[in-house]
Ligand binder design. Structure first.
Ligand code: PCA
Length: 329
């Protein structure tokens, strides 16, 4: 039985006991796990989205947001939605790269390193992503990019050689590969756990946005942030397809409107957060500056290798996405 049917039969049974009458549509209560901390702009945006849905559906759907990996850890969120343990949730799209390389389209180094380019890349990839997700019983509602990715260290770094031997916190296959190709030692850690990982020396470097470093106060352990603009990975909110199909057309429409607003609001927040959080890292005591020429040229070489490897792994679908993106430029 699907989750919706279960809910519906529960509602019917309860109302028979209470009133003996046919039920009016009672509120569906949805749980929405999110991997990142409550103060993160994606999570704040998710809360606003949830409020929009509750208000718009006049209480038919009540969504409770669970940020910080509190209900399900990041790596488990998609499966929890697919299998109907929860109705809706958010995950880093490239986190699914290990099941299908195509999911890593947004983490190909230097392919789309600005908000403008990454919006085009996402448009180019969207039909394929929707198709892949639908095959997995999921409907994508909205997606929001993280700010551009830069490198964090606990020392000054001027070249790829300076990175050798460092313990590196990774968040997807691309970041692990970047570590390997630069002679670092990757360890996968969810953002919610990184303050502790840096404080205890489990990791001493990472690639991420200013936003994540700022949210996790990494200046307590790290000293340098180098702007690299390597890529802008997307978070997306997905709903279980059985749950979606069980909604009235009106409520589907309301969810779509709220999702459209969340996508726009999230993009604006991500842009605004870029400078704001880099200033915050500086105020925390970190050195924040563009990566130097030698470091950048080393990273571009690594990026070229990663691009070749990704195109090979993602096959025709990956090539189609890149071709569609290039045709938009
Ligand atoms: N923050 C997330 C993914 C990308 C980003 O900027 C993280 O570090 O886990």
């Amino acid at each position: 039985m699907t989750l919706t049917k279960k809910l519906m039969s529960g509602v019917a049974a309860a109302s028979v006991v209470v009133t003996g009458a046919l039920p009016a549509m009672a509120a569906e209560k949805w749980d929405m796990p999110m991997a990142y901390s409550a103060s993160n702009f994606h999570s704040e945006n998710g809360v606003e989205f949830a409020e929009c849905v509750t208000k718009g559906t006049e209480g038919d759907i009540e969504i409770t947001v669970h940020p910080g990996g509190a209900l399900f850890a990041g790596a488990d969120i998609k499966r929890a939605i697919q299998t109907g343990q929860v109705q809706i949730g958010e995950r880093l799209m490239s986190g699914h790269q290990n099941e299908n390389a195509v999911f890593g389209f947004d983490s190909v180094p230097f392919l789309a390193p600005s908000f403008e380019a990454s919006a085009k890349l996402f448009e180019a990839a969207k039909p394929k992503m929707e198709e892949l997700l639908e095959e997995q019983n999921l409907v994508m509602l909205y997606a929001v990019p993280w700010p551009p990715q830069g490198l964090y260290f606990n020392k000054e770094v001027n070249s790829v050689e300076d990175m050798a031997g460092l313990k590196f916190r990774s968040y997807n296959n691309a970041t692990s590969r970047l570590a390997e190709l630069t002679g670092m030692l990757p360890v996968t850690i969810e953002a919610a756990e990184i303050s502790q990982a840096f404080a205890t020396g489990v990791a001493e470097s990472m690639i991420s946005s200013g936003a994540t470093g700022y949210d996790r106060k990494v200046w307590e352990s790290l000293s340098h942030f180098y702007e690299v603009d390597a890529w802008l990975p997307y978070n997306y909110v997905m709903v279980n397809k059985d749950v979606w199909d069980g909604l009235s057309e009106t409520n589907q429409g309301i969810l779509s409107v709220c999702a459209g607003e969340a996508a726009e609001r999230g993009l604006e927040a991500s842009k605004a957060y870029t400078q704001f959080t880099m200033d915050g890292l500086r105020e925390g005591g970190m050195t924040v500056q563009p990566a130097g020429d030698e470091l950048m040229s080393g990273l571009r070489e690594v990026g070229a290798t990663m691009t070749t490897e990704w195109l090979e792994a993602a096959g025709e679908d990956g090539k189609a996405i890149v071709d569609a993106f290039k045709a938009m430029e």
